[in-house]
Structures are given as C-alpha cells and as structure tokens.
Design a protein around this ligand. Sequence first.
Ligand SMILES: *Cc1c(COP(=O)(O)O)cnc(C)c1O
Length: 361
Amino acid sequence: MRKTFFTPGPAQMYPGLQDHVQQAFEDYIPSISHRSKQFEHIHRHTVEALRAVMGFPLDFQVFFHSSATEIWERLLQNCVFLESFHFVNGAFSERFFDIACQLNLGPYKQEVSWGEGFNFLNEEVPATVEMLNFTHNETSTGVMTPVESVYSFKDSHPDAIITLDTVSSAPYVQVDWGKVDAVYFSVQKCFGLPAGLGVLILSSRAIQRSNIIADSGTSTGSYHSFQAQEAKALKHQTPETPNVLGIYLLGKVCEDLAEGGIGRLRWDTNGKAALMYDFFEKHDRFEPFVQDRSVRSRTVLVMDVAEGSHGLLSYLGEKGLILGDGYGKMKGQQIRIANFPAISMEQVEELLAAIQAFDKG
Ligand SMILES: *Cc1c(COP(=O)(O)O)cnc(C)c1O
C-alpha cells in the first residue's frame, strides 16, 4: 500500500530522494573516506546549498551533529558558564531546559501552558543571562513564536547568545541573521530526510564565546567542542566519521529546494496551512488546539478531536494516511499534521477528503 506520512518527524521523504540515494550508491558515497578530497567536496557543496536555502552570511559556520538533542548539549557546554534562559511551552523546549539542569548549570525558565504563546517581557529576563533559548515552532503543541519577539532580545540583551530551534520550521522560517547566534534543525522534519543528522548554523560571536570558556579552563566538551569542530570545518571535514550519506543527501535536497524557490515554498506552506485550518475550524469534531491565531503554526497543525483521535488515526492509517497522535500527555486526544515541503497540496486535499469520508462512514 502506498503511504503518505503527515507525521511531524520522522516525516514524508522529500520527493525524488530515492533517486539521490540511488545516485549516492552508484557513486560509492557510503564507502568513501571522510578524509578524502571527495568528502571535502561534498561537505563544501552541502554548506553552500544550505546557505542558498537559509541565507546565512559567510561568517556563520555549519557544524554537523547527530541530532538536535545533541546540539542542545553542545550549545550549553560551549556558550554558558552558568546561566541559560529557556522559554518553555512544550515538550521540546522543556527538554532543552532539562539538559541544562543535568549539566549542573543554573538555568532559568519562563513557562506557559501547552498551546499558548509567550507574553515576552524582556525587562524581566535577568541582564546577566549568557544564552537565551527560543523554540520557533514547538512541535508538541503547534505554537509558532513570532520571530520579531525573538529578535527584540538582541537589543534588550546584547551580550547574550541567542539560539533558535527551527527543527520543525526551517527552511520555512525567515531568519534575520543579524539578530541570532545559533539556528539549528535536524533533517528528519521539514527537510524530508532520514534521521541521524543535526545541523547547527553558528555565528562567529558564539564561537568566540566558546573560546573564552575553553581558555578559562572550563571544558567545552571533547570531539564536538566548537574549537574541535571549527578546526575541521575550516578544512571541510568533521572531527569524527560523520553521517556522510546524510550530509550528501542534505546537499541534494537543498539544491532541489533552492531550485523550487524559497519564496514559493513559503507561499505553498501558507496555502496548505490555510486550507487545513479552514477545514478543521468549520468541522464540528475538530478544534485547533492553539486558540490564538497569531501563534498558530504553519508547519505543524495540532487539532483537538472530540471523542478522541484513535478511531480516526486508525481509519486513516488503513488508507495509508499516517498522522501524528497528540504528543505525550495529549496522546489520544489530538492529531498532529506536518505541513512540510515534502507534502503537496494534492496530498493535503486527499487527506481532508478522507477525513470527510470517515464522518460519513
Ligand atoms: C524533533 C525536535 C527536536 C529533537 O530532534 P532530534 O533530532 O530528535 O534530536 C528538537 N526540537 C524540536 C522543536 C523538535 O521538533
């Protein structure tokens, strides 16, 4: 049976990915040495293709990790002596805060209920915090934080390193690179790739911060300290044997995304999201979990389902339409639908028609 994955990660594979995998095997990419010229070429190409899609300036570097979860730990180890500040409104932002606790740092958090956006009061965030952490799109709840609120902290907290989790919103999110120091994602969400690669786009200011910490005698980690990573990245290599196939495929998908046009991608994403919200708002059985329209995600849509989601999810599953269940404590009560670039308007229409049919049946 043909299946379409509307799950918010791992997700639907990007169209044409299978051909890129085939090509990679024909070119023996999985067997090449990560110290070869061929790998350096792949590394360079992927960084440039990603720059074309995300638009970051030349003084930002790209470091490859195993996941976004790893990136959380690396950011804390490299940019914070003691105080990080976390805006927590769901499971992923909470996990970042938890890791800061596990590393025995002294993190602060501002927390709001699941499904809500923040009322940002910059003056209430201590001036001493070293790193401010924002989750652009909270995948567990479907809340998308307006980037302007994030950028306003650049003026109120000029010394803090500002990080932005764009795991389930890049490359849809439009980043102002003058206002942030670290933007990161893992590839199994919006990029439609197999899991196992986390990408960190990092300002030179963040690397300098890490150098200050390392010079003071405090550990910034070992093989994935920013010092170790920068030394290799400048040579288009990585400290360890990396996910070479993943890095290669990311370059190919970025080429495809750039060719389609990033403006077009945002336009399409908005169009599919509007169609779905309109459908669900008019439908008795469903209600968008996020009440405030100004913070409703365009890339991960979360709906409350009257009478629970399990019957609907298994009905759709039998038709090959795989949706996300509610996250964590919301399991069984909600559906989560990924509106990622790999999902076409036609696939969205097919999904909505199947939901109509479920109600009639
Ligand atoms: C999935 C997700 C993560 C974690 O990504 P991993 O690749 O599993 O480490 C972090 N943040 C957000 C917003 C996510 O959706």
